[in-house]
Design a protein around this ligand. Structure first.
Ligand code: CA
Length: 188
């Protein structure tokens, strides 16, 4: 390669570097959803209908300030069942990383859980990235509590609280005695 060609080659490299490097830098947008306070928990959140769950967005971007990004939320249930109500609220206007995600079922369905997925879509000036998590969504806190804790035997109506209602059930059966009192002949 003679000197002229070498200079031309180096100039081409310089131009490519000026054009390509900013594009490489601009492609550095990343977004991940985590459970708040954990860098390890991703993928699933146990929750119940109508209860806000905090999620932590980990966003990195080489070109755009996080506060200037466009952040949008949606769910696969937007089309599966639009009667499910979703809210996505930024907890602190000064902190775009902490969000409260709530899903409310149209009515309790008594199913073990519903399994909706929610997505965040983050856009800067040049690209869009998406990440998602799922709820194991129960009808209410008691239904979910029974998943993790044994029902107290004194909680006769299994509503997750032992109180006077359970006491009344016991009082109504007070002194009932079903001890056997005589032999029981069984015919063959
Ligand atoms: Ca009870």
């Amino acid at each position: 390669m003679n000197t002229k060609k070498r200079i031309k080659f180096l100039l081409t490299l310089a131009v490519l570097a000026m054009v390509v490097l900013p594009l490489v830098a601009a492609s550095a947008l990343t977004v991940k959803i985590y459970s708040v306070g954990s860098d390890a928990n991703r993928g699933y959140i146990y929750n119940w209908s109508g209860n806000p769950a905090q999620v932590d967005l980990h966003i990195t971007d080489a070109v755009t300030d996080v506060n200037d990004l466009t952040i949008e939320w949606h769910s696969n249930y937007d089309t599966i069942d639009p009667n499910f109500i979703w809210t996505y609220e930024q907890e602190d206007p000064a902190d775009p990383n902490i969000w409260n995600v709530t899903c409310t079922k149209p009515k309790p369905d008594g199913r073990t859980y519903t399994y909706p997925e929610f997505y965040v879509t983050v856009t800067d000036d040049v690209e869009t990235k998406t990440d998602s998590e799922r709820f194991f969504l129960y009808d209410d806190a008691c239904m979910m509590g029974k998943l993790f804790f044994d029902v107290n035997p004194a909680d006769f109506n299994a509503d997750c609280i032992t109180n006077l209602t359970d006491f009344a059930e016991m009082a109504a059966a007070w002194m009932e005695d079903y001890t056997t009192t005589e032999p029981l002949p069984i015919g063959l």
